[in-house]
Design a protein around this ligand. Structure first.
Ligand code: SF4
Ligand code: SF4
Length: 201
């Protein structure tokens, strides 16, 4: 068990929901959960998602190191996340700085301000060990990290971290298959087709 101790208590400042420079990443499982929870139609799913085009050309090695790699779209490499308002705030953040989809919110919203690194993965017994850190952005603007905040339970968060690692593995496999199918010309890389592929799972 990791010995570092972390202090945190969310004070609901909503800084993490309003940072202009941060994408609210959504895995395909997040998209399915939100779709089902809000009973969204196909067009409504399109309205809550952003396909954030990244102009840079990444090397394969760099892409492999990303927490969530980009998908290939007809407009270029894109990261999939929840749409943002012109202010930079997530579309699900209300005027009172509350999340309108709190129980359905994406995995990354649940784990902020922490991030996790896999230490080892023993396939034989499916045991994963993870190490947790404060996310880089969290150190910048999370007001819940302070000397006055209580220590968190590492045990509880490591358990969450293991779930996150599993979900990311599944999501990245999904992205790998999508990108391979696009490269082989089996699928037209539109946002509509991306959503249709998710809904078929
Ligand atoms: S989904 Fe909710 S918690 Fe996540 S960024 Fe949007 S408003 Fe914040
Ligand atoms: S920035 Fe930190 S304290 Fe503020 S809402 Fe997000 S997690 Fe909570």
């Amino acid at each position: 068990m990791q010995k570092d101790r972390f202090k945190f208590r969310c004070i609901y400042c909503a800084n993490c929901c309003s940072d202009k420079k941060t994408i609210v990443n959504a895995t395909y499982l997040d998209i399915l959960r939100i779709t089902k929870g809000l009973n969204l139609t196909f067009n409504e799913i399109l309205e809550i998602l952003g396909f954030y085009i990244y102009e840079k050309n990444f090397s394969n090695d760099f892409i492999k190191k990303m927490v969530i790699p980009p998908i290939i779209t007809e407009k270029g490499n894109a990261f999939v996340g929840l749409l943002k308002k012109s202010t930079g705030a997530c579309i699900f953040l209300d005027e009172k700085k509350k999340c309108k989809i709190y129980n359905l919110r994406p995995m990354f919203c649940r784990t902020f301000p922490f991030t996790f690194k896999v230490l080892n993965l023993r396939r034989s017994n499916l045991k994963i060990n993870v190490q947790m850190f404060y996310a880089i952005k969290a150190k910048e603007y999370c007001k819940g990290i302070s000397d006055n905040a209580p220590y968190i339970s590492n045990k509880k968060w490591v358990k969450i971290g293991k779930k996150v690692v599993e979900e990311l593995k599944e999501n990245n496999k999904f992205i790998e298959i999508w990108n391979m199918n696009v490269k082989k010309g089996r699928i037209k890389p539109t946002a509509q087709n991306f959503i249709k592929t998710i809904l078929k799972i």
